[in-house]
Write a new protein. Structure first.
Length: 406
């Protein structure tokens, strides 16, 4: 059998791989690349798909680069699911048992949604919002369905609730968390969000676990806090799991994700990994767009030698939901006693900035959205408290758009 050989193969088409290709070319590498991607469209901006449900989107609307970009960059595209990797032979196998051979392999396979096993409902009956095609399926269902149960109070669950409410749907948001976005903010930041959600008709059930969903005709039913709830569709936003199957088949080190060192190298010298699938030395799996982009870049820089080590910049999560702008950076790392905390409030704007040795290490912000980039810069540059006060003074609602039209 004639097996195609490529100096570089990437599995997984998304931001880590695009950033990897871009950087390789910027660095002067012109080797042929094979990009294996499993979804039904070219790599796209995943972050957009659940934030544009109100208006919907065309199939190729959010693609990161068009076909010509790949051709111009000497990248061959292969739209297929990779089944396994034989690291000894440096081969990637597909379902039809055909294979390709690599010199270097980048695994940028990201994550898959975890749909919970609940009694009374099959996982396939529930929706998730991981891929563009998932959102398209949800939008199709939303055409003639009215009432949605969303399970999960994380960012995705709340963003999906926001979009469905804007589409005129009724939403029940049920979560094990004590309050929505609990992992990213203390309750003081979430109270206004909860109020806004309730005002917009969201039925909030926090601190609950959905165990059983019963099918009743063409509807579903469950019980929460003594209430019987009836709804048409279920959306599971209950977390994700790194796609490590290929890495396992290759025999490289994995835990929750693929173990990488600070150069994005795995335990196999010819396999690198980047993005949401990578687990860093401190145990972190980043789960954020810009982090995956940064890691793709580092993977390219370090592909043939260890040139630039990965340090974990303070990535932030920002979201605009139910007319609130929320920004959180490094909250999960904070042990309050170790930090000097600057807490400021001005009408709808609130921010808590965390300093260690007079360096900004973490920040939470509500409704100062137009200056989000400056908050990010302050974190990256570890501004002192006096610099924050001088260059980023608290500004009341000036910077927040209260437009009731959303
Ligand atoms: C709905 C949604 C909204 C989000 N919003 C934000 C946000 O606002 N801000 C933010 O910072 N982050 C956000 N994120 C997270 C962000 O999208 C991810 O961090 C980022 O996409 C990770 O990129 P990645 O390159 O690691 O891989 P991914 O984007 O996860 O893509 C991996 C790709 O690899 C493919 N793949 C996996 N295995 C195989 C295989 N065996 N063969 C072929 N292909 C394979 C997958 O199908 C997928 O297409 C959001 C995520 C989702 C789902």
């Amino acid at each position: 059998m004639n097996i195609h050989k490529y100096p570089i193969i990437i599995v997984g088409g998304s931001i880590a791989s695009i950033s990897f290709i871009r950087t390789l070319r910027e660095e002067g590498n012109a080797e042929k690349i094979l990009l294996i991607y499993g979804e039904d469209r070219l790599p796209y901006k995943r972050t957009k798909i659940n934030k544009n449900m109100v208006r919907g989107f065309n199939k190729d609307e959010f693609i990161i680069a068009d076909k010509a970009w790949y051709t111009n960059n000497n990248v061959e595209l292969l739209n297929v699911w990779a089944k396994s990797v034989d690291a000894e032979q440096k081969r990637i196998y597909f379902n039809n048992d055909e294979s390709v051979e690599y010199g270097k392999l980048l695994l940028a396979t990201g994550v898959t949604s975890v749909v919970p096993r609940l009694s009374g409902i099959e996982p396939e009956e529930m929706h998730s919002v991981q891929n563009a095609s998932d959102v398209e399926r949800l939008l199709e269902a939303a055409k003639d369905k009215k009432r949605f149960l969303i399970i999960g109070g994380g960012v995705e669950g709340v963003e999906t609730a926001d979009q469905l409410v804007r589409k005129g749907k009724e939403v029940i948001l049920a979560s094990r968390l004590k309050y929505p976005l609990q992992k990213l903010f203390p309750y003081e930041f979430i109270q206004p969000l909860e109020e806004s959600m309730l005002k917009r008709g969201v039925e909030l059930y926090s601190g609950v676990s959905v165990a059983t969903i019963e099918r009743v005709g063409d509807k579903y039913k469950t019980h929460l806090k003594g209430q019987e709830l009836v709804f048409d569709e279920v959306v599971a936003s209950t977390g994700t799991m790194p796609n490590i199957q290929l890495a396992i088949s290759a025999g490289i080190k994995t835990e929750r994700g693929i173990m990488v060192d600070e150069w994005m190298h795995t335990s196999d010298p010819d396999i690198i990994a980047a993005g949401d699938v990578a687990q860093h030395k401190n145990g972190v799996i980043t789960g954020l767009w810009h982090a995956a982009e940064h890691q793709g870049k580092l993977a390219a820089i370090n592909i043939y030698s260890k040139k630039e080590a990965h340090t974990q910049p303070p990535y932030r999560l920002k979201t605009e939901v139910f007319n609130q702008f929320l920004f959180s950076a490094e909250y999960e790392k904070i042990v309050t006693s170790e930090y000097d905390v600057l807490k400021e409030d001005e009408k709808a704007v609130k921010r808590w900035m965390y300093f260690k040795d007079d360096k900004l290490k973490a920040a939470l912000m509500l409704n100062d959205g137009l200056r989000a980039k400056q908050y990010q810069q302050a974190l990256m540059e570890e501004w002192s408290k006096s610099k924050v006060k001088k260059e980023l003074p608290l500004q009341a609602p000036l910077s927040f758009n209260f437009s009731p039209s959303l």
